[in-house]
Design a protein around this ligand. Structure first.
Ligand code: ASP
Ligand code: MG
Length: 473
């Protein structure tokens, strides 16, 4: 068996059509000639969204709409199959696999339409179809290049809890199953092509790891297989210092730490699913982000300690789809339980709180949630504080969605004084008004809340202030 093992994940755009799949297969085949290689693939881009839509159609009783989506998927995958695979018997074999998956999809939609009920379990089953269609195509494309390959459904490998729509892996069982199933293939020189995004509970029910979860699948398998590295192949050059659409001089960061990458992922930089790094931290397996459309570029390497040079700041990120909720009024001064009640309420409705800030006068507790969570959070708060609002001990619960969070991230900011000062001076010079500020005690990021329309100015000013466009960072 080859000495090194790489787990490579290809996202939706990297398998978006026949030519992308061909490019992906080249990368896999080349890697497999040098190393052991496990590929993990997403659904073709846009497919999962359409499957979720089909499920919603079915739930509304519109089975016709759902069936139309399934038919369109057949067309799309058939077109890729025809252009990728030369021999008709081979095509027929893959087509049969795809037809089985599509037939299952149709039955799931019919059942849903009949009952007009979409359980989280059924939604998982329907949304998983995209990966189950793409993996056989990619494996076939790899075989076309003369490298033996087999597609495998991750329900055979990844064991999770039963939390549908966001399942968590059980690593010990996952390791046992993955080793037992994949080792023999690797020993024979095969490339297993595994469906991303999905797993199965102990009793065999299909689960999903949450939207965008294929990254997570790759690191779960990387850890389970004791891989030497995990490579996330995507459509950007790596982790950038800022969003290049807003900051044209943004550049790729060559080396970044787990902490920094996780912080960026958490604060909305779209390159990684936020849980991606959890499985590999313990074994310190490096994770690369690379561009499958430009494989000659080196990408970003994510390592336990990153690289400790530069002025402390590594990257900037902004989250826009967020809303500031504020609970307060003079009457809350001295009310001991307002903070507690506020956040037990957000926890009850499972709102993801991204930032909290309380002024020392205690007049206001401000916090930020995703805009999608706002309505249910505010309703729950109004209920919780109904009495207090009536007696005006709590004067207001207000909502502002024209805001954004900007986070300045860098592990080496710790202990370097003046970063906050420089940030806010730079913003002041550009007249950016700061609504709230938070710094975690980890000192891995400083985040601040500004008006949404000031995001670009704020990013440009801070990017320049910390010289992020120069390669010294
Ligand atoms: N196909 C899934 C999604 O779109 C998983 C992934 O792409 O990572 O959410
Ligand atoms: Mg994706």
């Amino acid at each position: 068996m080859k000495a090194r093992l790489q787990v490579m994940k290809f996202g939706g755009t990297s398998v978006g059509d026949a030519s992308c799949i061909a490019r992906t297969a080249q990368i896999v085949a080349q890697a497999a000639r040098e190393n052991g290689c496990v590929a993990v693939v997403s659904a073709m881009s846009g497919v999962t969204n359409r499957l979720v839509e089909a499920a919603k159609n079915a739930q509304a009783g519109n089975n016709g709409g759902a069936a139309a989506v399934v038919d369109a998927l057949r067309g799309q995958h058939e077109a890729a199959l025809t252009s990728l695979i030369q021999r008709e018997e081979e095509r027929a074999r893959i087509r049969q696999k795809m037809e089985d998956v599509l037939a299952e999809g149709r039955r799931l939609c019919e059942g849903t339409a009949l009952l007009r009920e979409l359980t989280p379990r059924t939604l998982d089953a329907i949304s998983s179809l995209g990966e189950r269609l793409s993996a056989p195509l990619v494996a076939a494309a790899v075989r076309e290049l003369g490298v033996p390959s087999e597609s495998i459904e991750a329900t055979e490998l990844i064991v999770t809890d039963a939390f549908h729509g966001g399942a968590e892996p059980q690593m010990k069982l996952t390791r046992e199953k993955s080793q037992a199933r994949l080792r023999p293939l690797l020993e024979k020189g095969f490339v297993p092509v595994v469906t991303g995004f999905i797993g199965a509970s102990k009793d065999g029910q299909l689960t999903t790891l949450g939207r965008g979860g294929s990254d997570y699948s790759a690191t779960i398998l990387g850890a389970a297989m004791d891989a030497d590295e995990v490579i996330i192949w995507t459509d950007v050059d790596g982790v950038l210092t800022a969003d290049p659409r807003l900051v044209p001089e943004a550049r790729t960061i060559p080396v970044i730490s787990y902490r920094e990458a996780a912080e960026l992922a958490y604060f909305g930089a779209k390159v990684l699913h936020p849980k991606t790094l959890n499985p590999v931290v313990q074994a310190a397996i490096p994770v690369w982000i690379r561009n499958s459309f430009a494989p000659q570029r080196p990408g970003t390497k994510i390592t336990p300690e990153g690289r400790s040079i530069g002025g402390g700041v590594k990257a900037l990120t902004a989250i826009r789809d967020v809303t500031l909720i504020s609970v307060g009024g003079p009457g809350i001064v001295g009310l001991p339980d307002v903070v507690g009640r506020t956040f037990s309420t957000t926890a009850e409705v499972r709102a993801n709180v991204l930032l909290i800030s309380q002024s020392s006068s205690q007049n206001d507790i401000c916090f930020i949630v995703s805009t999608a969570d706002t309505q249910r959070t505010v309703e729950a708060l109004r209920k919780e504080f109904a009495q207090d609002l009536a007696y005006q001990t709590v004067e207001h619960i207000t909502v502002d969605s024209n805001i954004a969070i900007v986070a300045v991230v860098g592990e080496n900011m710790r202990g370097i004084p003046g970063i906050a000062g420089r940030t806010f001076n730079a913003l002041g010079r550009e007249n950016v008004n700061i609504i709230a500020i938070a710094q975690g005690s980890s000192e891995c990021n400083i985040s601040f809340v500004i008006e949404e329309k000031a995001v670009k100015t704020a990013l440009l000013a801070t990017h320049r202030e910390f010289g992020l466009n120069s390669s010294a960072n």
